[in-house]
Design a protein around this ligand. Structure first.
Ligand SMILES: [Zn+2]
Ligand SMILES: [Zn+2]
Length: 372
């Protein structure tokens, strides 16, 4: 009986480790295949969401700490490997007994460069751009992938600009304050004191001996990031979609937002939109204008709209087809479709047609001399 129990116990232990192993990923809402970028993005998003300065819900702080601890491990390739293979226990062994976690608040500050949200933090510039999408995408709703070129904090030096933390030295010129007091004699025995920016460190208070080879000391690197723009059905023209904190990163600020102002592309010969009304110009022949017609119009999503007129249709006549306009944003209804008829006259008439028309309109056969 005893060996079975032991086996069972060890299975349970193993299970416990496996469950734990999934937890750090779960804390960042990721799976094990997550890339470094995914991990970074998840930390960025979740740590803001649960920062106790911002989120007053119960349990937010615990969640914030959990997210920080998960990021601390998963963003470090060595720790992540140990964790993937041997779980939390492996990490403890690696660090010689208990785990030492970084202060989650310091981590947050380092990551975002500024202070905590809620405090006065310098925010980076917000980038506003216009984005043109097809009217069909606004009609059906859609998601559009796009790319943004931006600056992100250098992964290698984490925005310090130094090759390693040993290369960052307190400036000896100003003692780290970034300013120098200049004493000037303005009169024998009389001095003025002026405060100037330290010329040795440029006011940063630090001197970097060896710059980071990855970013050349610029602290940020160029990066192309993919995003997905969700277009809801009937999205209003000019609606702004905000990608919070996704603009250029810098160690000096908390990144601003990317704002996209979404508009439909004007396409010649296509539908035009005015709020939830749609406009279409349909050309008909003189026979159709006089005798009536029935035809199909292909809508933005490919479905067919029946256009039907029985009597005479005057040039410029506008037919209203209810419920065939744009979907009404955040509602189930639709606007109307307005079809304007453009009557196209033939370029020339055959003698035969001309004779027949003259008979119809004038009651006698016309002369054929005006024929071209
Ligand atoms: Zn200095
Ligand atoms: Zn760097």
């Amino acid at each position: 009986m005893a060996p079975v129990t032991i086996l069972l116990l060890s299975t349970l232990l193993l299970l416990a480790v496996l469950v734990n192993a999934a937890d750090l990923y779960k804390a960042l809402e990721l799976d094990r295949s997550a890339s470094e970028k995914d991990i970074r993005a998840a930390y960025k998003r979740l740590s803001r969401k649960y920062h106790p300065d911002k989120n007053k819900e119960k349990g937010a702080e615990d969640k914030f700490v959990e997210i920080a601890q998960a990021y601390e491990v998963l963003s470090d390739s060595t720790k992540r490997q140990i964790y993937d293979r041997h779980g939390e226990e492996g990490l403890k062994a690696h660090e010689g007994g208990g785990q030492h976690h970084a202060n989650p608040f310091d981590m947050f500050q380092n990551f975002f460069g500024g202070g905590h949200p809620g405090q006065q933090t310098r925010r980076g510039p917000t980038s506003v751009s216009e984005m043109e999408v097809s009217l069909a995408d606004m009609y059906t709703g859609s998601s559009i992938d796009f790319m943004v070129k931006k600056k992100i904090l250098c992964d290698h030096c984490r925005g310090s600009g130094a090759a390693s933390s040993d290369d960052i030295h307190t400036c000896t010129g100003c003692g780290g304050s970034g300013v120098k007091i200049v004493r000037q004699q303005i009169f024998p025995g009389m001095f003025s004191q002026a405060q100037t920016t330290c010329n040795e460190c440029g006011g940063r208070g630090q001197i970097i001996k060896h710059v980071c080879p990855h970013c050349g000391g610029h602290k940020v690197v160029d990066h192309t990031q993919h995003y997905t723009l969700e277009i809801p059905r009937g999205m209003p023209e000019g609606q702004e979609v905000v990608f919070e904190g996704e603009a250029d990163e810098s160690p000096d600020w908390e990144a601003g937002d990317i704002v996209l102002r979404v508009k439909s592309r004007k396409e010649k010969g296509s539908f035009r939109r005015k709020e939830h009304g749609l406009y279409w110009r349909e050309s008909i022949g003189i026979d159709e204008a006089l005798l009536g017609f029935e035809k199909n119009l292909t809508h933005l999503d490919g479905h067919l709209v029946n256009l039907k007129r029985k009597g005479v249709t005057q040039p410029g006549f506008v037919q209203t087809i209810s419920g065939e306009g744009m979907p009404i944003y955040e509602s189930t209804g639709y606007g109307d479709l307005y079809v304007e008829y453009n009557v196209v006259l033939p370029q020339r008439l055959s003698p035969e047609t001309r004779r027949k028309l003259a008979e119809v309109f004038h009651g006698h056969a016309g002369h054929a001399k005006d024929e071209l």
